[in-house]
Design a protein around this ligand. Structure first.
Ligand SMILES: Nc1nc2c(ncn2[C@@H]2O[C@H](COP(=O)(O)OP(=O)(O)OP(=O)(O)O)[C@@H](O)[C@H]2O)c(=O)[nH]1
Length: 394
């Protein structure tokens, strides 16, 4: 429909142009006819035929006989549909108009079609140019406002992800106030919240770790105290605080081997409180305990640091004396006996005196077991008891 109306409009326009051409060439053609200047007529008509809208030109005389005829096409390829304009050719003589003939200009539907198509082509080219401009404008705007910021955003998000620095934020360059800037703002807010949460977590974790370390340290300290107590319980006599029987014999055995290796003399004292049953019976068990404590504290003052003392029975004690020969051991035993027999203990207003008997035995090269020394010292002690107590037997 559009095409048809364009066709009609273009045909009218070409008819108008033909009429204007006729107006223009009518006078020179009339002049050439009046003068019958054939050459000039041929030149004029050839010039007209060369014009793109003209398919042919014909000049008829006043009797409608064709005088000149020229076409722009061959007879074999004539246009499908021709149309024309006709105008009279006149000459004015002595004020009177003389009719010389008619001029006919032809055009065709192909000329119209060419022009319509040319028009449409122009419209199409213009549309393509406009579309191209619009497309590149869109591409530029898309890249400027969306693609480039998004690419930069992705790069920075990646950098934030890889960075150990939690205070790193997204900071896009050339950013407009649009959805991308809002996205950047939201992401930065999210990163700040994450950083605060992480700090809070670290603080909580540190507090927990500190608490745990304190708890472990306290527990370790408690365990050490407990271990020490257990060790003491296992190795010490609870009443007097000196070594118990097991620990004493274990350590004395070790010292005996050491002495034998060094070929150094060693002695063993076995001490028993005399008539201790009577002390208990007279003053009570509590006083008896005080006597036992008094005894250990008193004799320890006369011993060397290298001497080993232990409680080996209820009221029976043993002392291992490294690097001590039999005479020295006997002298020490006598000294202890005297100290005890001269000492007085006051408990709850009661004055308690007591004595001890001692057996002294020294090691011989064949002795490798502490039990041997103990047995021999026990025999000596038995002898001391037998001989009336408060004595030392060697
Ligand atoms: N208070 C008190 N008495 C104890 C302890 N261990 C043993 N005894 C007492 O010591 C006494 C030992 O008596 P006996 O074995 O008869 O010997 P003793 O009376 O000392 O007589 P001799 O050894 O022959 O001089 C007993 O009465 C036990 O009850 C103790 O830890 N505390």
């Amino acid at each position: 429909m559009q095409f048809f109306s364009e066709y009609v409009k273009t045909q009218d326009s070409i008819l108008n142009e033909l009429k204007q051409l006729e107006e223009t060439v009518r006078e020179p053609i009339s002049t050439s006819l009046w003068q019958y200047n054939e050459n000039q007529l041929n030149v004029l008509i050839a010039g007209l035929v060369k014009m793109p809208i003209i398919e042919g030109v014909e000049v008829f005389d006043k009797d409608a006989q064709a005088m000149f005829s020229k076409k722009s096409y061959n007879s074999g390829s004539a246009p499908l549909s021709l149309f024309d304009t006709t105008s009279d050719l006149n000459w004015t003589l002595n004020g009177e108009s003389v009719f010389l003939g008619t001029l006919v200009l032809y055009s065709s539907s192909e000329v119209v079609l060419d022009r319509v198509l040319f028009g449409f082509t122009l419209i199409a080219i213009t549309a393509i140019i406009k579309l191209s401009i619009l497309f590149w404008l869109f591409v530029w705007a898309f890249d400027r406002y969306l693609a480039s910021p998004l690419k930069e955003l992705m790069t920075q998000v990646n950098e934030v992800q890889m960075s150990p620095n939690m205070s790193k934020r997204i900071n896009l360059s050339n950013i407009e106030n649009n959805e991308i800037s809002q996205l950047q703002e939201h992401m930065n807010t999210m990163l700040s919240t994450l950083e605060m949460d992480r700090e809070q977590l670290l603080e909580n974790e540190q507090a927990k770790r500190n608490w745990l370390e304190d708890a472990v340290a306290k527990r370790t300290e408690d365990l050490q105290v407990l271990n020490k107590k257990l060790e003491e319980l296992a190795t010490r006599d609870s009443l007097t605080g000196i070594l118990n029987r097991g620990s004493f014999f274990e350590m004395a055995q070790h010292l005996l081997i050491l002495s034998q290796r060094q070929k150094s003399p060693a002695s063993f004292l076995l001490i028993d409180l005399d008539n201790f049953k009577r002390v208990n019976d007279t003053y009570g068990h509590f006083v008896g305990d005080k006597v036992l404590i008094h005894f250990t504290q008193t004799i320890q003052k006369s011993l060397r640091k290298s001497d080993l003392i232990g409680r080996v029975g209820g009221e029976e004690f043993a002392i291992f004396l490294p690097d001590t020969g039999n005479d020295d051991a006997f002298q020490l035993a006598e000294k202890l006996r005297k100290i005890i027999s001269h000492s007085v203990l006051e408990v709850d207003g009661n004055v308690v005196a007591y004595t001890v008997s001692l057996g002294v035995e020294s090691s011989e090269p064949k002795d490798h077991l502490i039990d041997e020394l103990f047995k021999r010292a026990d025999l000596k002690l038995y002898g001391a008891k037998d001989k009336g107590r408060d004595r030392v037997e060697k």
